[in-house]
Design a protein around this ligand. Sequence first.
Ligand SMILES: [Zn+2]
Length: 121
Amino acid sequence: MQFERDPRKTKFYNSKAWRRLAKHYASSKGYICEQCRNKYAKSDIKPFYKQFHVHHKIELTAENIDNPDIALNESNLMLLCQHCHNVVTTQKEVLAPGLEFDEKGMVRKIWVKEEKQSRRS
Ligand SMILES: [Zn+2]
């Protein structure tokens, strides 16, 4: 089973503990990408902070997600802008249903071929 689809991961990212930590961590870094120092951050995206991701250096797995020393440890975190986050996590992160990464690491919609309804006669 792919952990990417594990509901525990969704539950973790929606937890108060994670949200509080991620917010605290991001503001403690001043919303400056630790990878590119905001070279790739786009100041025209509003609100500005929305394009940042708090990334786990040691990727969360079914084995470690319940371990706060990994899942909720600031030394395992990294603040990344949208661009750098995509590069670092290509193909690995959870995406909302219907979304996928393209070859450049950008999010795109999965094109679903719709069943054509029979023509009206
Ligand atoms: Zn960056």
